[in-house]
Design a protein around this ligand. Structure first.
Ligand SMILES: C[S@@+](CC[C@H](N)C(=O)[O-])C[C@H]1O[C@@H](n2cnc3c(N)ncnc32)[C@H](O)[C@@H]1O
Ligand code: SF4
Length: 374
C-alpha cells in the first residue's frame, strides 16, 4: 500500500532546450481528454492506497491547466483518495503561467507547497535555455504566490549552464536567497540525449564550464546556502526551518508511491512500474479501463537492496543502518561489504553513529560511487 501519489501533467507551453522530461505542447482539448483518463487511473489505483501523506503534481507544467481544470483535478483526487489532515500537497508551477484564480483554486484545495522552476536570474540565459518567462515574470509569479498565502515555496535552479560564469551563478543564488524561499533545489545541468542542447553540444556549439568550475559552483552553493540557514539535506536540495520535501523523501527512502499519468513511474506492492509515455496510447489504455503500464520490475533481493542504498545515500544524513537492517534482516555489509570498504578507504563514504553517508568529498563523486553499487 502507498500513502504517496505523484500525478504527471505532461504539457508545457514549449519545450526547454535541455529538458528530457515526458512533456508535449499544450493543447486544451487533449488536456481535457487526458484529465478524464487520469481520473480513471485514480479509480484503478485507489484500492492500493492508504490515506495520503503526500501528493506531488508535477510535469511538465501543471500550472498551464486552467483554473477550472485544476479545480476538477482536485475534485477527482478527493473523490478517489483519502488525505491525512496534514498531507503535503505540492504543485509545480512555471513562472508566467500562474494567476490569482489558479492560485486561489490551489490554496482552496489544500495545496500547501509550490515549486517554481526559475533556473537562472538572467534574461539572456533564460532565453538561451528556451524558457518562456523573464526574470521579471518569475518575480511577479513568486510575489503573487506569496500574496495568496503560500509560505512553503521551492525554487528550482540549474548551474553549470553553457557560458555561465561563476559571477552569474553567484548572482542567481544570492538573488534567490534574498527572496527567502523555504526550499531551493540546485541541479547541475545534465546533458540529456535527444534534446537540442545535446545535439548542439555534440556539434561543438555549446561551451560548458569545466569540471573544476562546476565543482566550484557546487561548493559555493553548499557554503552559501548553509551560511544562510538552509539545511543541505540531499545532494541537490536545501531547506529552511525543516521544510524538507516530504514527497521526495518518500523516493529517497525507497517507500511506495503511486505514479499516475503518461510516463509516470510508481512503486507499489514491491513492483516498480513505468507508464506508457505517449498521450494518445495512455488515454486509449484507460478508455478500456486498463492500467496504462509499459514496464514493470519486481524489486527483490540485490536489486531492492542496491536501490535502497543508492537512493538513501543521496540524503545528506545517508542511510540509517538500523532501517536497512529492519528492512532486509541483515547488516548492510552482507551485500555491499567490499564496495563499502573500498569507498570508505578512499574517504568518499563515512560512518556516523547511526548512518553510512557520503563524505563532503564524496558528494562531488556520488555518481561514481552509485555506479559501482548498482
Ligand atoms: C520536472 S522539472 C519541471 C519543472 C517545471 N516545468 C519548470 O521547468 O519550471 C523540475 C526541474 O528539473 C530541472 N531540470 C530539468 N531538466 C534538467 C537537466 N537536463 N539538467 C538539470 N536539471 C534539469 C529544472 O530545474 C526543473 O525546474
Ligand atoms: S523544464 Fe519544465 S517547462 Fe521546460 S520543458 Fe521541461 S518540464 Fe517543461
Amino acid at each position: 500500500m502507498a500513502s504517496s501519489v505523484y500525478i504527471h501533467i505532461p504539457f508545457c507551453a514549449t519545450k526547454c532546450y535541455y529538458c528530457a522530461f515526458n512533456t508535449y505542447t499544450f493543447h486544451k482539448e487533449q488536456a481535457k481528454a487526458y484529465l478524464i483518463a487520469l481520473r480513471t487511473e485514480m479509480e484503478l489505483y485507489a484500492p492500493d492506497t492508504d490515506p495520503l501523506q503526500t501528493i506531488f503534481i508535477g510535469g511538465g507544467t501543471p500550472s498551464i491547466l486552467s483554473a477550472n481544470t485544476l479545480a476538477q483535478l482536485f475534485t477527482d483526487i478527493r473523490e478517489y483518495f483519502q488525505l491525512t489532515p496534514n498531507a503535503e500537497i505540492t504543485v509545480e508551477c512555471n513562472p508566467g503561467t500562474v494567476d490569482s484564480e489558479k492560485l486561489r483554486v490551489m490554496r482552496d484545495n489544500g495545496v500547501n507547497r509550490l515549486s517554481f522552476g526559475l533556473q537562472a536570474m538572467q534574461d539572456d540565459t533564460l532565453k538561451q535555455l528556451g524558457r518562456i518567462h523573464t526574470v521579471a515574470e518569475f518575480l511577479q509569479s513568486y510575489q503573487l504566490a506569496r500574496e495568496h498565502c503560500f509560505e512553503n515555496i521551492n525554487i528550482d535552479l540549474i548551474f553549470a549552464l553553457p557560458d555561465q560564469t561563476m559571477e552569474a551563478w553567484h548572482h542567481t543564488l544570492n538573488e534567490v536567497i534574498s527572496l527567502e524561499p523555504t526550499h531551493i533545489s540546485a541541479y547541475n545541468l545534465v546533458m540529456e540525449q535527444e534534446t537540442p542542447f545535446y545535439e548542439w553540444w555534440q556539434a561543438g556549439e555549446l561551451h560548458l564550464p569545466t569540471d573544476d568550475t562546476e565543482a566550484d559552483m557546487f561548493q559555493y552553493t553548499i557554503e552559501t546556502l548553509t551560511a544562510h540557514g538552509y539545511a543541505h539535506y540531499e545532494i541537490c536540495n536545501f531547506a529552511k526551518s525543516n521544510h524538507f520535501a516530504r514527497h521526495n523523501l518518500v523516493y529517497w527512502n525507497n517507500q511506495p508511491c503511486i505514479g499516475l499519468g503518461a510516463g509516470a513511474c510508481g512503486y507499489v506492492n514491491g513492483v516498480r512500474y513505468t507508464n506508457i509515455r505517449g498521450i494518445a496510447p495512455y488515454i486509449d489504455a484507460l478508455s478500456q479501463r486498463n492500467k496504462p503500464i509499459a514496464d514493470t520490475e519486481r524489486l527483490t533481493g540485490y536489486a531492492e537492496k542496491s536501490e535502497t542504498l543508492m537512493l538513501a545515500l543521496r540524503k545528506r544524513e545517508g542511510i540509517s543502518l538500523e532501517a536497512y537492517q529492519n528492512r532486509f534482516g541483515e547488516e548492510i555489509e552482507a551485500a555491499f561489504g567490499d564496495s563499502l570498504k573500498k569507498w570508505t578507504d578512499l574517504q568518499l563514504l563515512e560512518r556516523t553513529s547511526m548512518h553510512l553517508r557520503l563524505t563532503s568529498r564524496g558528494l562531488f563523486l556520488a555518481n561514481e560511487v552509485f555506479v559501482e553499487l548498482m
